[in-house]
Design a protein around this ligand. Structure first.
Ligand SMILES: [Fe+2]
Ligand SMILES: [Fe+2]
Length: 471
């Protein structure tokens, strides 16, 4: 198992010290990264000590080392999963050939694009979450937010390493541009729309980490299959960090639901707003909004780009190697839902063209598991209302459903009917104001805001009332 070299300016397990040119290039990018962190990263807490985990090796447990760290001193570094001996391309036209250790000329443009699009989301989410620290519902939650933020920063490092190491001058230029675009910036926005909306409150943050970080998980899984081995190994390690981000979302929403259910039962009412909690219908509307905006990230249902990435071995399917088909998909078909004659119908599409839908289907299945868990919390508390995922066509801005009005239960309706229903389906200005009002910081160890139940346990081997952030 390779240790991480912390003696270096940039911690790494890629023997950076042996490549002076690359080391110099990254060392000159580092101060610009820190400058970005200071101006766009978490507001406040720069001088606080935060109980964070830092990678110390890329093995099973070695990366989860917890200690107090001042965020600007966090050791952002470059960690790749261990190489797999004699790894072969698992899919596409060159299936069975050895994987690439350098970028093949004919795939240079596509690979750079895939890395830049992934890389752009990482700093974007830090920017979106910049103001949340000021209203954290507890020190435990504040720590989790800041952990997610420093790790998204590290994911940016991961992509920048690939750009610098494998793409020469244009890679360096792309690395600069990753710091120049900004979430929501009118002139230089982030590349994907879901990453240009600020995360205004903690209910949104938990849904963002549940749904949007989960999109990240599926994109990273698809890239972890890549024939370009450095990309595969980089994303494999990122996935270990990503798991915590989704845990924060899944348990965060679970705790909000728990609190709401307890108050509904104790007071025999749906209207828990007067007890300083968030009513279930507001939670459902936030869920609808975040789920639909995240589905847009998968792109159009029919995609010739996705087909050519797959054929070239650049981007695979979720758990590609575990699938029992031919891994070429040239003759395969796949069922795709789309609007037809005022209704929604399923048609068989060529599988290679439908890879975005396949990944989206796997994502939706995964999302459903968490919703089922939240519903078990409701049922256990004796509440007979359930949360549900809206139909995939609901509230979409990308793909086959973008020019239709689809209800959460999957009916195509007129613009007028949509206008009437939208207030029930998406967060209203009133919902947002109520949620915003609840966002009062709780900064005493062990204290939690009125709208969220405490977690079952603390984090990093500590109790729930540990001073996770101090000073
Ligand atoms: Fe990330
Ligand atoms: Fe993440």
């Amino acid at each position: 198992m390779s240790r991480v070299d912390y003696g270096d300016l940039i911690p790494n397990n890629v023997e950076l010290a042996d490549d002076k040119r690359l080391e110099r290039a990254l060392a000159s990018w580092q101060p610009r990264y820190l400058e970005w962190w200071r101006s766009a990263g978490p507001q406040h807490f720069s001088s606080s000590e935060v109980y964070l985990r830092t990678a110390v090796s890329v093995g099973k447990d070695g990366w989860a080392n917890f200690d107090y760290v001042k965020m600007p001193e966090y050791r952002w570094g470059i960690f790749l999963a261990e190489p797999e001996a004699d790894r072969r391309i698992a899919f596409g036209e060159r299936r069975g050939e050895p994987v690439f250790q350098e970028v093949p000329g004919e795939h240079r443009f596509d690979l750079r694009r895939l890395i830049v699009v992934q890389g752009d989301t990482e700093p974007a989410s830090v920017e979106q979450q910049r103001h949340l620290g000021a209203t954290a519902p507890s020190l435990y939650d504040l720590r989790n937010l800041l952990q997610v933020n420093v790790e998204e920063g590290r994911h940016l490092w991961a992509m920048v390493y690939l750009l610098h190491r494998y793409f020469g001058r244009d890679g360096r230029e792309e690395a600069e541009a990753l710091l120049e675009r900004h979430s929501g910036d009118v002139d230089r926005p982030r590349l994907l729309e879901a990453f240009n909306k600020p995360t205004t409150d903690w209910l949104s943050f938990f849904f963002f980490t549940y749904f949007t970080d989960r999109d990240g998980k599926f994109q990273l899984h698809a890239l972890a299959e890549s024939a370009f081995d450095p990309l595969a190994r980089t994303t494999q390690f990122m996935l270990k960090e990503e798991a915590h981000h989704m845990f924060v979302g899944a348990t965060g929403i679970g705790r909000v639901v728990q609190r709401t259910a307890e108050l509904m039962r104790a007071n025999d009412t749906d209207d828990v707003r007067r007890f300083g909690a968030i009513d279930l219908s507001t939670i459902q509307r936030y869920l609808n909004a975040h789920f639909s905006v995240t589905l847009d990230l998968f792109g159009s249902e029919g995609s010739s780009n996705a087909a050519s990435y797959y054929a070239a071995g650049l981007k695979g399917r979720f758990h590609e190697s575990d699938r029992g088909d031919d891994h070429r998909l040239v003759d395969a078909s796949y069922p795709v839902e789309s609007p037809r004659d005022g209704d929604i119908a399923v048609r068989e599409a060529p599988a290679l063209q439908a890879l975005n839908v396949m990944l989206q289907d796997d994502f939706i299945d995964d999302c459903r598991k968490g919703v089922d868990r939240w519903n078990r919390i409701l049922a256990k508390a004796g509440v007979d209302v359930q949360l549900r995922l809206p139909h995939r066509g609901f509230n979409r801005a990308v793909g086959a459903f973008a020019d239709r009005h689809v209800t959460p239960d999957g009916r195509i309706v007129s613009a007028a009917e949509w206008e009437l229903g939208a207030a029930d389906w998406l967060p209203s200005a009133d919902d947002r104001a109520v949620v915003a009002d609840l966002m009062q910081p709780c900064t005493t160890p062990g204290e939690f805001a009125s709208w969220i139940a405490p977690p079952e346990t603390g984090v990093g081997g500590r109790e729930r009332d540990f001073a996770y952030v101090r000073g």
